[in-house]
Structure formats: structure tokens, C-alpha cells
Design a protein around this ligand. Structure first.
Ligand code: GDP
Ligand code: ZN
Length: 367
């Protein structure tokens, strides 16, 4: 009998989770060996939760937990898993990542930390209830570009803006800070703009933004269900409180998935020099026209950037912000280098002490 869902049946069971033809091609050699594909929902205590064509699977991550923290399997990865019946089931490897969100850790370890893999869209939530901070938006954009994902800026709580003309102004202000990026005003409260955003978000998306920016509310609106448990505002500064359920990979009714992990939520500055270049692409393009290729755009003759400042095509705020983010990045990179040096020194010292102890032990045995 013809099922009304017959068109659905031919879809890959993981299509809702971001599986596409390119993943199928990358997986083909493993499929030939009987392995099963799975998308990583979360990783904890040496195991991970996966969605597979057979349903949820918990598998051992021993083989995909190398010393390099950037190569440790993480949420969003496409895993190559042992077939049903193996006990325990191991993740054997994972498919090469298309994009990755990395945080350079601010303490202890000098290496970065992988937060999410294979993200297509980075939704940067910015509240219209507070004054716009373009510098902060630019910073989030740098993080997004650096990951390889396509950013989109979503101005939330548009219902709190008195009129449409003001909203349009705010959108165009943000557009000047976000070349190559779509800027949308939405109201999750009133359901405005949610359908437009939902239609944009195919593949895999993440929500970035400050606490209180409206991420949980937006996620609920996109998901069409109260998955995130937004709690009403209690504190005077207007920040909402939320508790996120254990599921980190949520299927959107409009297609695609949303990755929401605590690590990504709290993400701040990390080394994103290439990302910074993309946020300020118009400045980098202008710099191509400077007489000196190492022009610092300070007082050099024939500086195209300064000329654009003079004729008003480049707002001074943009150049300031560009410089500030580059400086911050370099400071961070220098700190990381210093940490690396310290770590090496400690390792050598420890080895030296071990060597001395061994020598003394030997001498003791001989004497
Ligand atoms: P998160 O910390 O980024 O996840 O932000 P929340 O989603 O918890 O939202 C913070 C606060 O803003 C909550 O009190 C929400 O009710 C409120 N909020 C979120 N979206 C809207 C909106 O579209 N309109 C209005 N008026 N308030 C909103
Ligand atoms: Zn210049």
C-alpha cells in the first residue's frame, strides 16, 4: 500500500541531523566495512551519546580521545561506530570536520579546546532591549568567521523597540559592523521574524551571544517547544536565568539542528585573527590600495585606509574596533606562547630531576 509518508521513507534517517550526500561520500569506505555513522550529541566520561540510523547509541570514545585537545571528538562530529552487537561499541574515528569552534583556554592548559564541530550557521543573538554595542557584535562575528561557519546577526526583543523606523535604523547600524552578514530583527515574544530565521538555518546551527540576549527564548521559538526552560526575569539588570536540558543537539521543525552546549554559551574571546580580518573585510580591502604593503595606516603617505577615513566612507569607530580586536588577539597569542614556554621549561626541569634521580640510584647501587 502507498504510504502518505513514502517520500519521507527514502530520506536518510540522519538527514534531520545534518547528514547529506557529502557526508555519505566521506563515510562510504567505512560503510563498506560494516561501520555505522552517528552524530555526536554529547561527550562525557570516556563515552559519547550518538544519534544513529538505529536510534540513540552510547559508545566508548577511547580511540578518539588523543592528547591533542583539538582532535578530541566533540558535539557535532560525525562518528564511525561499531555495528550493533559489538560490546562495548567503540567510536573508531570521525569524519574530517568542515568547521570547528575552538576556544583558547584562558588558564592551565595552553592548548585550545574544541567546543563544537561541523556548524554551518552561527546565530549571534543581540538584545535590542539594551544599547547596541557594535564592538561586542564584531567580536562575536570574529569568533563565528574563525570557526568556518556563516554568521547571522539576530537582533532580539524587537517588540521592545517603539517603532519600525527605529528598528530599521538599528538594523542598518549593525549592518555597517557586519559586512557579508545578514542582520535580522526578531521578536520571539510576538513570533516576528522567527519563520525567516528558521528558513535560513539549514544544516547545523549554534546560538552565540551574551547571557540575557534571548538565546533560550529564540531556541524555544525556533523549536516550537519549551525545551530550554526559560525562567522569568528576577534580577534588576534584566538578565534571564536558564537551565538547559541534557540534550545538546536539537532538531528544528524547519529542518536542520541546533547545537546548544554550555561551553559554546559561555564562549568569549579566543584567537581569531583570520576571523577578525573577515569582520573588517572592507578595511582589509582598502589596505590593498595602500602604497606600502606593510602600511600601519597611521601617517604613511598614500594610505588608502586614512583616505577613506578622510572622505567619510570608513567610520572611525570601525578602524578603532579593528585595531582593538587585533591587539587583543595578539596579546592572547603572546600569553599562549608564554604559557607554552613555561610548560616546556617545567617538562625539561622534571626530566632533569628524573635523570638526576636515576643517576643517583645507579651510583647508590654501584657504591
Ligand atoms: P539567554 O540568556 O540568552 O538564553 O536569554 P533568555 O532567552 O533567557 O532571555 C532573557 C530575557 O529576555 C528573558 O526574561 C526573556 O523573557 C526575555 N526575552 C527573550 N526574548 C524576548 C522577546 O522577544 N521580547 C521580549 N520582550 N523579551 C524577550
Ligand atoms: Zn594604509
Amino acid at each position: 500500500m502507498n504510504s502518505p509518508f513514502s517520500t519521507e521513507i527514502s530520506r536518510h534517517p540522519l538527514a534531520d541531523f545534518g547528514w547529506d550526500d557529502d557526508w555519505a561520500v566521506a563515510f562510504a569506505p567505512y560503510a563498506a566495512q560494516g561501520f555505522v555513522p552517528g552524530r555526536v550529541v554529547r561527550v562525557d566520561r570516556g563515552q559519547c551519546d550518538l544519534v544513529t540510523p538505529e536510534g540513540p547509541v552510547r559508545a566508548d570514545t577511547e580511540f578518539v580521545t588523543p592528547h591533542d585537545p583539538l582532535r578530541v571528538i566533540c558535539t557535532g562530529d560525525w562518528a564511525v561506530v561499531d555495528p550493533d552487537g559489538a560490546d562495548p561499541r567503540y567510536v573508531r574515528t570521525y569524519l574530517p570536520r568542515r568547521t570547528s569552534f575552538v576556544r583558547s583556554t584562558s588558564s592551565k592548559r595552553s592548548e585550545g579546546q574544541i567546543l563544537a564541530a561541523n556548524v554551518d550557521h552561527a546565530v549571534i543573538a543581540v538584545s535590542l532591549a539594551a544599547e547596541l554595542d557594535l564592538g561586542r557584535i564584531e567580536r562575536f562575528l570574529a569568533l563565528a568567521w574563525e570557526s568556518g561557519a556563516q554568521p547571522v546577526v539576530v537582533l532580539t526583543k524587537a517588540d521592545l523597540v517603539p517603532d519600525a523606523a527605529t528598528t530599521a535604523h538599528l538594523v542598518s547600524d549593525v549592518e555597517t559592523a557586519a559586512p557579508g552578514v545578514q542582520v535580522l530583527a526578531v521578536s520571539a515574544e510576538q513570533g516576528h521574524g522567527i519563520d525567516v530565521l528558521g528558513a535560513l538555518l539549514d544544516g547545523t546551527s549554534v546560538l552565540l551571544g551574551q547571557s540575557g540576549a534571548g538565546k533560550s527564548t529564540l531556541a524555544n521559538a525556533l523549536l516550537g517547544a519549551d525545551v530550554m526552560h526559560v525562567q522569568a526575569v528576577r534580577d534588576v539588570d534584566g538578565k534571564g536565568r536558564h537551565t538547559t536540558t541534557t540534550r545538546n543537539l536539537l532538531v528544528l521543525p524547519t529542518g536542520g539542528v541546533l547545537i546548544d552546549t554550555p561551553g559554546l554559551r559561555g564562549v568569549g574571546l579566543f584567537d581569531a585573527e583570520a576571523g577578525v580580518g573577515q569582520v573588517f573585510s572592507e578595511i582589509e580591502a582598502l589596505a590593498e590600495g595602500c602604497r606600502f604593503h606593510d602600511c600601519a595606516h597611521d601617517a604613511e603617505p598614500g594610505c588608502a585606509v586614512l583616505a577613506a577615513l578622510d572622505d567619510g566612507t570608513l567610520p572611525p569607530r570601525r578602524l578603532d574596533s579593528y585595531r582593538k580586536l587585533l591587539r587583543e588577539n595578539r596579546r592572547l597569542a603572546a600569553r599562549t606562547d608564554a604559557r607554552l614556554r613555561d610548560e616546556m621549561r617545567r617538562v625539561w626541569k622534571a626530566r632533569g630531576a628524573e635523570g638526576r634521580a636515576a643517576m643517583e640510584a645507579k651510583r647508590g647501587r654501584l657504591g
